[in-house]
Design a protein around this ligand. Structure first.
Ligand code: ASP
Length: 440
């Protein structure tokens, strides 16, 4: 029998009704033996996540302000779930212990971790599974950095003997037993670590959408869901702002070739999106999987006749950025030009100084800056391999009268990156989506 690790996100575990859906999902496949739980998320738009409430409790307690009202809301969320499911759970004791802890000298990570801790315990009781506290198997070093190798060994040893388990997401502990949290949204990472630790056949990530969309639905009405993406394509999509899965959740499973399937708890009948290195036999994949982008970009253009003969010119330019710890998004070099794409919010505080240094060290013939740009990525390993899709995309932008400031496609041919003015961003995304959708 195959082994599946299924991680359920905050909206999937937001109330008793969602817990019931999860039980039906878990019971539908006996392979779903290891379940990773987030803290209760939002039940409606204006609702607050339990992790945000806990964060507020901590801030209030640390500032010596009353936190009782906020803690009562945390209590209420869990009480609704426990009562809604008819569970006999010692919630009052748990909340009393947290109250006492907050009144002492609380640590932020411990307080934050209680959302996952309590929700996973409730889910374990409801499913009749063993509860696994990640304090014992998700390992951090003394600096609070996740030790992935140690975690894999420890988690493997903890989970392998169990028939089934619910593991709390988002936290672990260091060697002294001090609780540490992963970055926000980190339960995705816990799920990935668990899947790697037991060598699962599949990592399912259950959320509130039926997979990755080929474009931002706020810009393109009803974009299609992507059935398959590669790990590399997913990386680019996340980098460009698609936020279905935490970026750090890819590496542990991709290293072991374990596919990730993004599924919708409210629509378990949907196949969702599967992230794989190799497609299953008989399956095909869209050549262009989607279009994504980011606004708030600036482009610096440095020109000097004979740049191309001065091999050190680009190196000096990059050195200037490195010494200032100013990361860049892209570096394009042409005959006698170097073009750098940099996030505007990072450039703004040091712009004048930086330009003075470039002038002093490189003495350029021309130094220009274009601001308020957006970068659009047309993503697809297969699609950008041939020039057909690129031609169609550029043609669509030309037909839409779009001024293009930069075009970049590396030899890796993973994506085509196009710079357009920020105020034309949405129009450009729509034009590109229409043309790639027609082409499928
Ligand atoms: N509950 C945590 C958060 O809201 C972690 C998670 O849900 O993955 O960020």
């Amino acid at each position: 029998m195959r082994t599946v690790v299924a991680k359920f996100g905050g909206t999937s575990l937001a109330d008793a009704g969602q817990f019931q859906k999860i039980r039906a999902i878990v019971e539908a496949d006996p392979g779903r033996r290891f379940i990773v739980a987030s803290a209760p998320g939002k039940r409606f738009d204006a609702d607050e996540k339990v992790t945000d409430l806990l964060l507020r409790c901590y801030d209030q307690a640390a500032a010596g302000e009353p936190f009782e009202g906020t803690l009562a809301r945390v209590d209420g969320r869990f009480r609704d779930i426990a009562e809604g499911l008819g569970l006999d759970f010692p919630l009052s004791e748990e909340i009393a212990a947290l109250r006492e802890y907050l009144a002492g000298e609380p640590e932020r990570d411990f307080v934050l971790s209680r959302g996952e801790y309590l929700n996973a315990r409730l889910l374990a009781a409801y499913l009749g599974f063993t509860f696994v506290d990640p304090e014992w198997c998700v390992c951090f070093d003394a600096d609070g950095k996740l030790d992935a190798a140690l975690t894999r060994r420890t988690m493997g040893a903890s989970l392998r003997p169990l028939q089934n388990a619910v593991i709390a997401g988002f936290y672990g502990a260091d060697m002294t037993g001090r609780v540490r949290t992963l970055p926000r949204g980190g339960s995705d990472v816990t799920g990935s670590l668990a899947a790697a630790a037991i060598g699962a056949d599949l990592y399912e990530n259950w959320t509130d959408v039926s997979g990755l969309l080929a474009a931002d639905p706020h810009i393109v009405p009803n974009p299609r869901t992507v059935r398959y993406v590669s790990y590399r394509e997913l990386r680019t999509l996340s980098y460009m702002g698609a936020s279905v899965l935490h970026t750090d959740a890819v590496l542990p499973v991709s290293d072991m070739d374990i596919p990730i399937n993004i599924r919708n708890t409210d629509r378990p009948q949907d196949a969702g999106t599967t992230i794989v290195r190799r497609l299953p036999k008989g399956e095909t994949k869209e050549p262009i999987i989607g279009v994504a982008g980011r606004v708030g970009m600036s482009v610096i253009q440095v020109e000097k006749v004979m740049v191309s003969d001065e091999s050190g010119f680009t190196a000096v330019m990059l050195d200037i950025l490195k010494n200032r710890r100013l990361p860049f998004e892209q570096c394009l070099t042409g005959i006698d030009t170097v073009t750098l794409v940099i996030r505007s919010d990072l450039l703004a505080p040091c712009k004048d100084d930086l330009f003075a240094e470039i002038r002093e060290k490189l003495n350029p013939d021309y130094l220009g800056l274009t601001e308020r740009l957006s970068m659009i990525a047309v993503i697809g390993e297969k699609g950008t391999e041939t020039c057909d899709a690129n031609v169609r995309v550029l043609q669509a932008l030309m037909n839409a009268g779009m001024p293009i400031s930069t075009i970049n496609q590396g030899a890796g041919k993973l994506n085509l990156l196009i710079g357009v003015p920020e105020d034309k961003y949405e129009e450009a995304v729509r034009a590109i989506y229409e043309t790639i959708d027609e082409g499928e």
